[in-house]
Design a protein around this ligand. Structure first.
Ligand SMILES: CC(C)(COP(=O)(O)OP(=O)(O)OC[C@H]1O[C@@H](n2cnc3c(N)ncnc32)[C@H](O)[C@@H]1OP(=O)(O)O)[C@@H](O)C(=O)NCCC(=O)NCCS
Length: 204
């Protein structure tokens, strides 16, 4: 009887739950970028931009002070993959083959089929539409293959570029959440942006 049960389970298709996707993020490709899972080999490229105070200014993490900090972060990313917890892609610039940033899932609300997204990018490449390109690909995955209901993102009020990225990808500003996030030692207001499955997903 036990044998039969195992046999039947093997015949069932693998479940495509969001947690399955967090474990095995499928490779995504855009015109200029490849989004893939991180590996420990990405440490040096990642350190190059994660050690920049300007990149770290608006995010929850502190600028990396040494390669050991970056390796610690990469180990965290790999653990998230293993455990099926919300995790991020590295963004690889096709032209150079270098890792230039991360984009992915910061949180997952299973009951409401909703994720929080986040991203950061090497300062030398800001203003070229790369984060927008990456977010478009991530949103297609979210509403296409993963079939999520809602995607949301936050940014501090002094980081309008991040809001603009979400706006260009069809997300709507839902307002300001006061004192929502503890950011570098103090509670700050953040703008909440979201898009739901029923929305128009055409990027502007
Ligand atoms: C936010 C970030 C990812 C944007 O990346 P990017 O590739 O430069 O973004 P894009 O080029 O796709 O789009 C940026 C948009 O913001 C606009 N922008 C830039 N600075 C701005 C400002 N001070 N005020 C308003 N808009 C601004 C740009 O003009 C552009 O809009 P446009 O195409 O209409 O001209 C990048 O600045 C970054 O990594 N910042 C540090 C980390 C971070 O803040 N992450 C987000 C945390 S919430």
């Amino acid at each position: 009887m036990k044998k039969l049960k195992i046999h039947l389970q093997e015949k069932l298709p693998a479940p495509d739950t969001p947690r399955d996707y967090f474990s095995t993020l499928p490779r995504l490709e855009t015109k200029r970028l490849v989004l893939r899972m991180a590996s420990m080999r990405d440490a040096e490229d990642m350190f190059a931009y994660s050690s920049d105070e300007e990149v770290a200014r608006h995010v929850l993490w502190d600028a990396h002070r040494s390669l050991a900090d970056t390796k610690g972060y990469l180990r965290y990313m790999l653990r998230q993959y293993r455990e099926g917890e919300p995790s991020s892609y590295v963004m690889v610039l096709k032209e150079t083959g270098r890792v230039i940033g991360t984009i992915g899932f910061m949180g997952y609300d299973e009951e409401n089929s909703s994720v929080e997204i986040g991203y950061s990018l090497s300062r030398a490449l800001w203003g070229q539409g790369l984060a927008t390109e990456a977010l478009e690909a991530l949103l297609s995955l979210c509403f296409g293959r993963i079939r999520l209901h809602r995607v949301e993102g936050f940014h501090t009020l002094d980081n309008p570029a991040s809001g603009r990225v979400m706006e260009k990808c069809g997300m709507t500003c839902e307002g300001v959440l006061r004192g929502k996030v503890r950011h570098k030692g103090r509670y700050v207001d953040v703008k909440l942006w979201a898009i739901i499955a029923e929305d128009d997903h055409t990027c502007r």
